[in-house]
Design a protein around this ligand. Structure first.
Ligand code: C5P
Length: 301
């Protein structure tokens, strides 16, 4: 995540993510599900700007009127949680004016809200000069949501536990030239994550994540395409039948894509392409079908 200075504060580009592999290992006593997932950041970003404000108020403005800007917004939650780290004196003194410009659709499985929260932790830690240790920032991230920690450690990681235990993959440009391109389809309908998990029966024999990690690190889209897997996909398609149309449209593109998958709990799908030209070509062919917003995205460092 890049934090750059702007007049009066800092600006952060908060990336979206794709799940290239997601298996559910079981249901936990706390109601969450034990996961094993391979996540990568993509070049679709929300933009956040932060100005310090010593009034002690956290004020969020967002260009998407559909999103709440009160305490239920993960950005506000992250800011409140972080300033409590500075004790009662910090709570009365530390404030911020935050502007959020959305490009990542909500309820799409792309981690937009989680990424915004991680950006907030990183940016306000800098702006408020708290120097919170990295481990503590990760703990706070885990309290906000299962995917938030990943975004502190992008661009690619294996995440376990309920998603908050992040093992970053070291991407050596010599041995792992990671440069994947995909066409992303965001249908006009969203899917609520809790509904998907509630409709899931964990498998008796989980799929292993190892082959997907190896395929990812090989940098070969054809190999990775064969290993794409998401346990949540059939459940999300049952909940929202419109998703089936998106999958059919991706299947109809045939071998011009190396594979396709629902990201997270949906509703966005991606089709993995051989290269950027193939992704652009797929985007053009999908553009006429009125199945959603179509973009070409890249994953990699
Ligand atoms: O952690 P987060 O708030 O993003 O999770 C949203 C919901 O998704 C949870 O309330 C839970 O119902 C479900 N979930 C789950 N197991 C996970 C992650 C999320 O059951 N590992």
């Amino acid at each position: 995540m890049v934090i750059r200075p702007i007049a009066g504060g800092v600006q952060v580009l908060a990336p979206a993510k794709l799940n290239l592999f997601l298996e559910v290992l079981g249901k936990r006593p706390d109601g969450y599900h034990e996961l094993e997932t391979l996540m990568v950041a993509i070049d679709l970003h929300d933009t956040l700007s932060f100005e310090a404000d010593d009034s002690g108020r956290i004020a969020l403005k967002c260009d998407d009127p559909a999103l709440p800007t009160g305490p239920e917004n993960l950005v506000v939650k992250a800011a409140e949680l972080l300033r409590r780290e500075a004790g009662p004196e910090g709570v009365s003194r530390l404030g911020a004016r935050i502007a959020l410009s959305k490009a990542i659709p909500a309820q799409a499985g792309l981690g937009g809200g989680s990424s915004d929260a991680a950006a907030t932790l990183a940016a306000l830690d800098r702006l408020w000069e708290l120097n919170t240790p990295a481990d503590r920032l990760r703990e706070l991230a885990g309290q906000i949501g299962s995917d938030v920690s990943f975004f502190l450690d992008t661009p690619a990681a294996v995440c376990r536990g309920r998603g908050e235990r992040v093992e970053p993959l070291s991407l050596d440009p010599e041995s792992s030239p990671i440069d994947f391109h995909a066409v992303l389809v965001c249908p006009p309908v969203g899917v609520r994550t809790p509904d998907v998990y509630a409709g899931l029966t964990p498998p008796e024999r989980p799929e292993p994540i190892g082959p997907a990690i190896d395929a990812f690190l090989s940098g070969d889209p054809a190999r990775l395409g064969r290993r794409l897997f998401n346990r949540l996909q059939p459940v999300a398609e049952r909940i929202e039948p419109a998703l089936g149309r998106v999958r059919s449209a991706l299947i109809d593109l045939g071998p011009s894509l190396d594979g396709h998958l629902l990201s997270g709990s949906g509703s966005a799908y991606f089709g993995l392409a051989r290269d950027r030209e193939a992704a652009l070509d797929a985007a053009q062919r999908l553009g006429d079908l009125e199945i959603g917003t179509i973009r070409v995205v890249r994953c990699g460092p």
